[in-house]
Design a binder for this molecule. Sequence first.
Ligand code: GDP
Ligand code: MG
Length: 163
Amino acid sequence: MSSIVAIVGRPNVGKSTFFNRLIQRREAIVDSVSGVTRDRHYGKTDWNGRGFSVIDTGGYVIGSEDVFEAEIDKQVELAIEEADAIIFMVDVETGVTPMDEDVANLLRRVNKPVFLAVNKVDNAKRLENAVEFYSLGLGEYFPIASTNGSGTGELLDALVEAL
Ligand code: GDP
Ligand code: MG
């Protein structure tokens, strides 16, 4: 059975952009089950000859701030259950947010490989700014730009190594 990699993180950090880059022309299967699994996209990809499935999480219910956060927590818990490895994506443009800290708290307790991807690192200034994500307590991070693919090779090398 192929390994499953889940991409988690708050909305707008670039999860779907990265997912689409990963699966390229391959087709994503949209899971139409309602509830927390809504809008989870499943795709297949491979890197360095190693095939794996990838889940793009989303489908958050936007209501009060509390509901919003609870919904992300559910996505993270689901990912922890079903995935063999997790990519936690954050956004250097906004920097560390309380929601990022909340997700990091859940992921720090997980006994599965977690890869912190700092996205939107499009220039040298942003590469400098990315260091603030050490404060999440998840160790080393991967600076990437999902739009142009910069840094994604290093992330995928480490990821498939852990599968
Ligand atoms: P999601 O909600 O986490 O799935 O985020 P999306 O993939 O929908 O992206 C949210 C926004 O961030 C879009 O406008 C993307 O074009 C933008 N975005 C994604 N990756 C990058 C990146 O590497 N650099 C920049 N500057 N913008 C990006
Ligand atoms: Mg998305």
